[in-house]
Design a protein around this ligand. Structure first.
Ligand code: NAD
Length: 296
């Protein structure tokens, strides 16, 4: 099997590169942290002195770095990947960065005949260790098929999102929702504690409701995902319940900042005639209109 290049051996990259080796691949690796390289070398990888050295003679080079500027430096900076990588090779960036950064890097690589695939990672570093990561992937279909077996050696699901940059865009959609739901969960549970509820009780209840399980697999499939306005639960009622929660928070003197902003958006949805629609479809239609998003 051809040797694979890997740049960035942190929490994620260290674990993922070990999974590639476990699947029988030879790796040449680089990280600015010498101890990270030494740990991989102890496990059987070849250590390199720079990204350029990693990329020399490799058909596929992975990057797993903190931010876009560092990915750009590792590719195009002094002793970067672009200095040595051969025409027809592929750079696979798995870092979480902006789609505009991904596309800029991809266009420059394309100009020298090198492909790029963006494959940001769903799930956590614990899944990276167990080889159960998920990937949201953008790029040319032929390039994606070339790297798919390697991604599957590090994870268990590859979702093709579209052209280069769509993996990065999907990752930010995912992480935006995740960050806001985490925040709303913290706000809600803090209010619950002050109202006298026990954490295990709240956890049990929420484990069986859309609030705890997430909307995309519960309330959305039959309604918002189909643009179906007939209500399973009316937006007017959701808005009323949000007001009740805000009233309770005011009485308890706890903060529901996300809900306070959300209340304004529910009011906007109602003002635009969505009060009697399903709450998911009504809110989705409202936000698409506000953002000038064409309905699909
Ligand atoms: P990390 O900080 O543990 O690892 C980053 C590695 O990059 C470090 O080992 C660091 O020394 C190295 N590095 C920094 N600059 C470098 C350079 N110029 N050249 C070579 N190596 C360099 O971070 P992480 O948790 O592995 O995350 C990596 C990326 O994956 C981030 O974009 C992160 O947002 C994303 N991500 C992380 C998780 C997670 O659970 N940790 C999950 C999904 C996605």
């Amino acid at each position: 099997m051809a040797t694979i290049g890997f740049v960035g051996l942190g929490q994620m990259g260290g674990a993922m590169s070990r999974n590639l080796m476990r699947a029988g691949h030879q790796l040449e690796v680089f990280d600015i942290a010498e101890d990270a390289v030494a740990a991989l070398v102890a496990d059987g990888a070849r250590g390199a002195a720079s990204p350029a050295a990693v990329a020399k003679g490799k058909e596929i080079v992975f990057t797993m770095l903190p931010i876009g500027k560092i990915v750009e430096e590792a590719v195009f900076g002094p002793n970067g990947i672009a200095e040595t990588i051969a025409e027809g090779s592929i750079v696979v960036d798995m870092s979480t960065i902006l789609p505009t950064e991904t596309k800029r890097i991809g266009e420059r690589l394309k100009a020298q005949g090198v492909g790029m695939v963006d494959a940001p990672v769903g799930r956590t570093s614990a899944h990276a260790v167990t080889g159960t990561s998920t990937f949201m992937v953008g790029g040319e279909p032929a390039d994606i098929e070339r790297v798919r077996p390697l991604l599957m050696a590090m994870g268990e699901m590859v979702t093709i999102c579209g052209p280069l940059g769509t993996g990065a865009a999907m990752k930010l959609v995912n992480n935006y929702i995740s960050a806001v739901v985490n925040l709303a969960t913290a706000e809600g549970l803090a209010m619950g504690l002050k109202a006298g509820l026990e954490l295990p009780v709240m956890a049990e209840v929420l484990s069986h409701t859309p609030a705890g399980r997430g909307h995309i697999t519960t309330t959305w499939p039959e309604k918002a995902l189909k643009d179906e306005p007939s209500p399973a639960f009316m937006l007017d009622l959701a808005s009323k319940d949000l007001s009740l929660a805000l009233d309770m928070a005011a009485a308890l003197q706890v903060t529901l900042a996300t809900g306070a902003v959300g209340k304004q958006l529910y009011a906007s949805a109602q003002a635009n005639g969505h009060g009697r629609s399903d709450w998911t479809t009504g809110m989705f239609r409202t936000l698409k209109k506000m953002g000038g998003v064409a309905s699909r």
